[in-house]
Design a binder for this molecule. Structure first.
Ligand code: AG3
Length: 278
């Protein structure tokens, strides 16, 4: 008998993956959590029915959400991750020798526990001596920080449940204040094909705060449309001016200095729509 997991990505679009085994299904105080073993993509973390990451394609997302901002900053020492309880982003951050401390603020401790049990390839990063896991509300946590972080990475779910406020102006004002004068942040911002209105709204918020506001993309097969985006807001450093040698040295599978540049080149129609006159 064949078992299939279905993510209802939009009203009119579903993704189906054949499942070998269901490893964990539970209701946490925040969301529905599942880890499924799929034939095509290996083990997969699912939150509220949405694929968060799979063993086979997680490297694309985690490398791109991490190395683009960390290479853009000339000396990233203090890094903060909001969400990302699976540990994949922290695993990439600790590849940077400049990093002195990385704090991961995850609202749901069950996500961290599930990753430690079933996704050790991702959660291994959390064992680095520079890493600290803090279980609390990320939006509240950032609000209490002032000028303390070089880089902030918002590795959240889509704007449903606890993540809704991570897509609002108040949160980005707090992110701005939590950064040093040379600081920058990156947040996952869904699909440029399916979520243009959400991206436009985020870019408007970020433009009103940060002098450098850009969007970059990556090909992620298990996310809706397979074409994903990240918004970047920077107080000073421009992502297209970076140290190629530092970027070249990283041990990666998707990210490279060439990909770093190319990721900011948007298809003509998307660029015209989101960056008119720029
Ligand atoms: N966070 C972004 C997942 C978004 C996927 N959306 C969807 N499937 N509808 C991933 C967290 C990985 N550390």
């Amino acid at each position: 008998m064949a078992f299939w997991f279905t993510e209802k990505q939009t009203e009119n679009l579903e993704l189906n993956l054949r499942v070998r085994e269901s490893l964990l299904v539970e209701r946490t105080p925040f969301q529905q959590l599942a880890v499924l073993d799929t034939y095509l993509y290996g083990r997969m973390l699912v939150l509220d029915g949405a694929v968060q990451t799979t063993e086979e394609d997680e490297f694309v997302y985690h490398e791109m959400i991490t190395h683009v901002p960390l290479i853009t900053h000339p000396q990233p020492q203090e890094v903060l991750v909001i969400g990302g309880g699976d540990g994949g982003t922290v695993r990439e951050i600790v590849k940077h020798p400049e990093v002195k401390r990385v704090r991961l603020v995850e609202i749901d401790e069950r996500v961290v526990a599930a990753a430690r049990q079933f996704l050790p390839g991702l959660s291994q990063g959390l064992d680095d001596p520079r890493a600290e896991v803090i279980i609390t509300d990320g939006a509240e946590y950032v609000r209490a920080m002032r000028g303390a972080c070089d880089v902030i990475i918002v590795d959240s779910t889509d704007p449903v449940g606890p993540a809704v406020k991570l897509f609002e102006a108040d949160f980005y004002r707090a992110v701005y204040d939590a950064l040093t004068p040379e600081g920058l942040f990156v947040a996952q911002s869904k699909s440029p094909y399916l979520d243009r209105a959400l991206i436009r709204n985020l870019l408007d918020i970020i433009r009103s705060l940060f002098p450098v506001t850009l969007l970059y993309t990556a090909a992620i097969p298990t996310y809706p449309s397979g074409f994903w985006s990240f918004v970047l807001g920077s107080k000073m450093h421009h992502p297209l001016t970076f140290d190629e040698r530092r970027a070249e040295k990283l041990d990666t599978r998707y990210y490279s200095p060439e990909i770093h540049r190319a990721a900011f080149i948007l298809p003509r129609q998307i660029r015209g729509d989101l960056f008119q006159g720029e």
